[in-house]
Design a protein around this ligand. Structure first.
Ligand SMILES: Nc1ncnc2c1ncn2[C@@H]1O[C@H](COP(=O)(O)OP(=O)(O)OP(=O)(O)O)[C@@H](O)[C@H]1O
Ligand SMILES: [Mg+2]
Length: 266
């Protein structure tokens, strides 16, 4: 941990968060919070509302009702870049790198986006702009080195394997110094060796960089290895919230996963 002051309020909190899509309730009165320093898992069968939660917490979707609080302040309906500048950073279930840009450039762009007006003003002075870019490229390379991806810095994102692209997404997010990093199925498409690597990197992001983590994941090996607490969704409802080894034995959770024969990819 970083030794910064501990907030009594959680970093992020959902209050009675509800999302309807054309009359279908994707998320129903969801109460939830993540405290500083936690690694919280969010699991549930396909279509149970996990990505909807992530989209609502990060401003990609506006809720039908309910509130999103960051550090106790109301961010309901705030735009994604506003949420991101308050340290709430995410990856996407479908990888979202710019395929025709280099790996390094993808990270520099994220840093540019995060700096907002500060970055723009550096353009007023050519020397400042060059210094900014040099610093950003340096930061990008440091992050790539951390994820053992530095040798791919100048490749196009599209030329990397899925596993490598997922590592770049993590490096890109971490480069922006998130307070909370929300990962939507980071293990999807990874080989077992890369899953081990992912487990190690999630732990390091929390333990060495002080990043709080919300992990949406179907691969239970990852959830059980890293999570302090696990929240379970089923049909848009929270059905459990507790320690991983307790939650996996909860009859409501077992019912959600196997009772109806739905897929879990676990
Ligand atoms: N933009 C949208 N428009 C209409 N329906 C949507 C939209 N996004 C999600 N849904 C629906 O909301 C429900 C919850 O979807 P969500 O993507 O949150 O599930 P999930 O738990 O992330 O599933 P998975 O494990 O497959 O990623 C599903 O029935 C889905 O079809
Ligand atoms: Mg999803």
């Amino acid at each position: 941990m970083t030794g910064e002051q501990k907030n009594i309020a959680p970093i992020i909190r959902a209050e009675a968060l509800t999302k309807n899509f054309q009359g279908m309730v994707a998320l129903n009165a969801f109460d939830f919070s993540v405290n500083e320093g936690e690694i919280v898992g969010l699991i549930g069968p396909n279509g149970s509302g996990k990505s909807t939660v992530v989209n609502l917490l990060t401003g990609v979707l506006a809720p039908t009702s309910g509130r999103v609080l960051i550090d106790g302040k109301d961010f309901t309906g705030a735009a994604p870049h506003v949420v991101a500048r308050h340290g709430v950073v995410r990856t996407f279930q479908m990888i979202r790198l710019f395929p025709s840009l280099t790996v390094e450039r993808n990270i520099v762009l994220a840093l540019q986006e995060q700096s907002g007006p500060g970055y723009m003003s550096s353009f007023l002075n050519r020397r400042n702009a060059m210094a900014w870019h040099e610093k950003a490229a340096c930061k990008a390379r440091d992050m790539l080195a951390l994820f053992e991806m530095e040798k791919h810095a100048h490749k196009l994102a599209t030329d990397l394997s899925i596993g490598q692209q997922r590592m770049v997404e993590l490096a890109r997010g971490l480069a922006t110094n998130p307070r909370i990093f929300i990962l939507d199925e980071p293990a999807a498409g990874l080989s077992p060796i890369n899953v081990d690597r992912l487990i190690e990197m999630i732990r390091r992001m929390r333990d060495e960089f002080g990043v709080t983590i919300l992990l949406v994941e179907h691969v239970m090996r990852v959830v059980q290895a890293v999570c302090d607490r696990v929240v379970v969704l089923d049909y848009g409802q929270k059905v459990a919230d507790g320690k991983p080894d307790v939650v996996v034995q909860d009859p409501k959770v077992i019912e959600a996963y196997i009772g109806l024969g739905r897929s879990s990819h676990a």
